[in-house]
Design a protein around this ligand. Structure first.
Ligand SMILES: Nc1c(C(=O)O)ncn1[C@@H]1O[C@H](COP(=O)(O)O)[C@@H](O)[C@H]1O
Length: 136
């Protein structure tokens, strides 16, 4: 049972440092990987298929900026709960990513958090609560 953080780019990692600190403080197991839906789609689908086949209970944080397809694609490629985390930056400063995640179409149940500097910890806390429901 753990949190899996999937980043659209290695450049998104610094924004999530407070989430990593939260996981360390609270003893929440987590792993991280970089797999973009736009750039690494076959590898992302395989990663999620293998995860699903393993039967691991996990909450996924899908972290992406700009045109954030990643969270919705992750939702539709596995049956685990997904929290999309928009990353500030670019000419629209993350509004594009926030709207892309929050406005997933019907049947794509991606949850999300806001854009300010505390939102990585909010995402981490939400994931932790879900894992607690499953007995962590
Ligand atoms: N939104 C996505 C996806 C995706 O949604 O699949 N893949 C990369 N990205 C985002 O592109 C931004 C720029 O990435 P680079 O800095 O690597 O060019 C990052 O914030 C990433 O999350």
């Amino acid at each position: 049972m753990k949190v899996i953080v999937i980043y659209g780019s290695p450049n998104d990692k610094p924004f999530m440092e407070p989430a990593r600190e939260y996981f360390a403080q609270e003893g929440v197991p987590y792993e991280e990987t970089v797999l973009s839906a736009h750039r690494d789609l076959p590898e992302l689908i395989k990663f999620l298929g293998d995860l699903e086949a393993s039967g691991e209970k996990a909450v996924i944080l899908a972290v992406a900026g700009l045109s954030a397809a990643l969270p919705g694609v992750v939702v539709m490629s596995c049956s685990l709960p997904v929290i999309g985390v928009p990353v500030p930056g670019g000419p629209l400063n993350g509004i594009d990513a926030l709207l892309a995640i929050a406005q997933c179409p019907g049947g794509v149940p991606c949850t999300t958090v806001g854009l300010h500097k505390k939102t990585p910890v909010n995402a981490a806390m939400a994931a932790h609560r879900i894992l607690k429901l499953a007995g962590l």
